[in-house]
Design a protein around this ligand. Structure first.
Ligand SMILES: [Zn+2]
Length: 290
């Protein structure tokens, strides 16, 4: 019997200030190196023990600062993908700025670990505020997939899809959300993964898999290194970081025991093997901020 098609387990490889948006000048990336390293070590250990290969959406600035860590990740058989260079919103970069940021990140990631990224995730889900040029740039640079269109109204736009689809030649693997009466809520990552019950999350994964769709999970190293980091964070950030009912490592360990997880590329390959992806010419982009 063939192995069950995997769900995607992904890591956004960045520092905590980048996730939570305090003033970047306040805590330079180099000062967050220990926290990133601790989270990476925990994730590598957990994935290694469960035989899960993850996709690491890596910032070019992290590849530049921590090439040895990136080599260890690639050396353990994980997929290394791109999260841009400096965690800038792609809609604010604009078409030309985005193309330059994409190329810069790619060069640094490839230089550090030898792997050319084939997948991309936009910082802060900002692709949902960009335009068709975003997918054209990815396609022109040879990217096979994107994972940025968040079907949660606050993070993406109304009308964004929950299933894997194709936009202007690039496959889109949306982050997993649960449907509610008020719209989608994050489920495969962020506050949802840390606060919903295991039962709610497992039912969503099972429902997607029953429909032939992979779930898309995402975590950040800081979510697994909170104790070390908490003392260094401003109070407001600490509150956001620590709004968690559960031990995230234990939660992931349980999910890995119940469902197959693998790289985004493996999840996409398995999905494409089941049939063609729905084509969307122009998704429901959210209006750019003024
Ligand atoms: Zn990010």
């Amino acid at each position: 019997m063939p192995a069950a098609a995997p769900n995607a387990f992904t890591v956004d490889l960045e520092g905590w200030y980048q996730s939570l948006r305090p003033d970047p000048d306040e805590v330079p990336l180099a000062a967050q190196r220990d926290g990133i390293r601790e989270g990476v070590d925990r994730l590598l250990e957990l994935c290694g023990r469960r035989g899960v290969k993850a996709t690491w959406f890596t910032l070019g600035s992290v590849a530049e600062l921590m090439p040895a860590e990136l080599r260890a990740i690639a050396g353990a058989g994980h997929e290394v993908a791109s999260h841009g260079y400096g965690h800038d919103d792609v809609d604010l970069l604009g078409a030309e700025g985005f193309a330059a940021d994409l190329a810069k990140a790619e060069g640094l990631i490839e230089g550090a670990c030898g792997a050319k990224p084939r997948g991309y995730r936009s910082p802060k889900w900002s692709a949902g505020r960009a335009g068709a040029w975003y997918f054209d740039a990815l396609r022109q640079r040879g990217y096979a997939y994107d994972s940025s269109l968040n079907p949660v109204p606050l993070l993406g736009a109304r009308g964004m899809r929950h299933d894997v689809h194709r936009v202007r030649g690039v496959a889109e693997l949306p982050p997993t959300a649960v449907r509610t009466l008020v719209g989608g809520l994050p489920c495969g990552g962020s506050v949802g993964l840390r606060n919903l019950t295991h039962r709610v999350i497992a039912r969503r994964v099972a429902a997607l898999n029953a429909a032939g769709e992979p779930a898309m999970f995402w975590v950040h190293p800081w979510e697994l290194a909170q104790k070390r980091l908490a003392g260094r964070m401003p109070l407001a950030t600490r509150l956001v970081c620590n709004v968690a009912r559960v031990d995230l490592a234990a939660r992931l360990d349980r999910l890995f025991g119940e469902f197959p997880f693998g790289t985004a590329q493996a999840a996409l390959d398995a999905r494409v093997a089941r049939g063609p992806l729905p084509e969307v010419e122009t998704p429901a982009f959210r209006e750019a901020r003024a």
